[in-house]
Ligand binder design. Structure first.
Ligand SMILES: [Zn+2]
Length: 231
């Protein structure tokens, strides 16, 4: 960078502070949301290259999936927790796009290439209204910037007046998830291999319920990718 443009960058920085979404350091390149130190500390799972990884195993016997993986480990008070918090509660869409891009790069070099389209897990209407966007859609859009697959947001819907119960056991939760998701436009999904995307997989109850609805459409195959995986 020339001295002049560097001076301009410094000047802009003074009035529009651009800090790392992970550690708030200001040693960061314009158009990037993470500093190099945070990038080097991202807790990669390497699950995309691993058949029978813990995310896939989580769905064994519950959902007929082709592949499933998460990019990073999610632990309490970690960098990934901070980034997901930025995306979900601080309106930081840029960090979601960047992390989606990183997920897309992992998908590019994985056995996921036969996927036809990306479907973000729909968010319930109340949260969507409050947040203004679905964080899974932001991640999906980030993925699509590096991995050339269409993002389809209107084929699957989350029904109004249904809430996920997260304080109960898996069996109860499954019962409560019944009817939460529905396929609104089956013709968009028919005979396609769908990649269902979400931010964090914990029990996988929502992905399972949504995936089960998708698989009711004739000829569909299902894979799952999430940004993070709760240990
Ligand atoms: Zn940082």
């Amino acid at each position: 960078m020339s001295t002049v443009s560097s001076a301009v960058t410094d000047f802009i920085h003074l009035f529009y502070p651009h800090v790392c979404a992970g550690c708030s350091s200001d040693i960061i390149t314009i158009n990037q949301e993470l500093c190099l130190r945070c990038v080097s500390q991202l807790p990669s799972t390497n699950f995309f290259e691993q058949r029978g990884n813990p995310v896939e195993k989580n769905f064994y016997g519950r959902l007929n999936i082709v592949n499933a993986a998460s990019g990073y480990f999610f632990t309490k008070y970690s960098l990934i927790e901070a980034l997901v918090y930025e995306l979900k509660y601080k309106g930081n869409k840029a960090v979601g796009l960047e992390m989606g891009k990183r997920l897309g790069t992992l998908l590019l070099s994985s056995p996921y290439d036969e996927v036809d389209l990306i479907v973000p897990l729909p968010l319930n209407a109340r949260r969507l209204k409050k947040r203004g966007y679905n964080q899974a859609t932001i991640l999906a859009e980030g993925i699509a910037t590096v991995w050339d697959k269409p993002v389809v947001t209107d084929a699957v819907i989350r029904n109004v007046n249904t809430e996920t119960q997260t304080h109960k056991g898996r069996v109860t939760r499954w019962e409560n998830m019944d009817g939460v998701f529905a396929v609104a436009k089956p013709s968009l999904l028919q005979d396609k291999h769908i990649l269902l995307v979400d931010d964090v997989v914990t029990t996988g109850a929502s992905l399972e319920a949504c995936g089960a609805e998708i698989l009711k459409v004739p000829g569909t195959k299902l894979s799952i990718a999430t940004l993070a995986y709760t240990i």
